[in-house]
Write a protein that binds this ligand. Sequence first.
Ligand SMILES: [Mn+2]
Length: 338
Amino acid sequence: MIDNNTVERINEKFEQGKPVVIITHKNPDGDAIGSSTALALFLKKRNIRVNVIIPNDVPAFLQWLPGYDLVSIFKNERTKCSEMIKEAGTLVFLDFNEPERVGELKKEIVSSDAYKILIDHHQDPSDFADIVISDTGRGSVGEMVYELIVDLGGKDLLDDEIATSLYVAIITDTGNFRYSSSYPGIFHIVGELMNFGIDKDTIFTKVYDSYSESRMKLMGYCMAEKLVVLEKYKTAYISINQEELKKFNHQIGDTEGFVNIPFSISGIRFTALFIEKSGLVKISFRSKGAFPVNSFSEKHFNGGGHRNAAGGEEKLSLADTLSKFESLLSDYENELCN
Ligand SMILES: [Mn+2]
């Protein structure tokens, strides 16, 4: 629930007659795209001109979402996207906490004179928007966009398309309600969304049963050949080098979710996925329980994120990165094992 003054100000900005542009983070996930298309569809229903700009490619399993026709990719259409931002009266930033997260789009949003609204659930949002709606207790921005629509008096404008987008945002950021979904209100929201007759089984199939054969084989290879379990530290990790990615014809998004799989091993509390890129190693960290992977990543791997889900990177070689990671664990034995 946001206060009445903020609601009024947002409505005023949306209604000022200038277009609204919604922007989300690079390498967008289901929450980023779903909350963006939902808000865009809602604004369109209010006859407000609206566009969504995504910094780079959107994975195929999200391109079917209602409202996806309102999405432009900055990487592919720079001039058009820059124009949109220049003409915008309001920019709405969804699902990221600082301008770095939009990559090369950063310059455009920082220099824009438009009114800026940030809606996010990551920790420590930096001060780059006029209105900041931040709640780290929420599993997804989809929930926050639902509540914003209701607070703006738009409940009557909700429909099956908006509900589908919001549902995708919520299930993808909570791993289908496996984590980040203990806040009771989330089930109230999902109940409301179900009232629009959305087909949750079909949505599940479109989002999750969408592997390519090569992705499935890469996953099998990682589990059989690349999984390292360090029982002493309740930790498991997977690393993938460039050669392996090529061998399995790696496409963007193919390793999504791999980092969570080792949690199915009894007792595992901390997981990591290391992927070799050109000149650096990209890392995902996950934890179950109290171990804060965001501060671990911030301290050792130039990253950050949520307590149980964070990213990081390392300029060392893949082999040296793995040694560094393994040698750090003994410092955290107490935290990981008690
Ligand atoms: Mn999110």
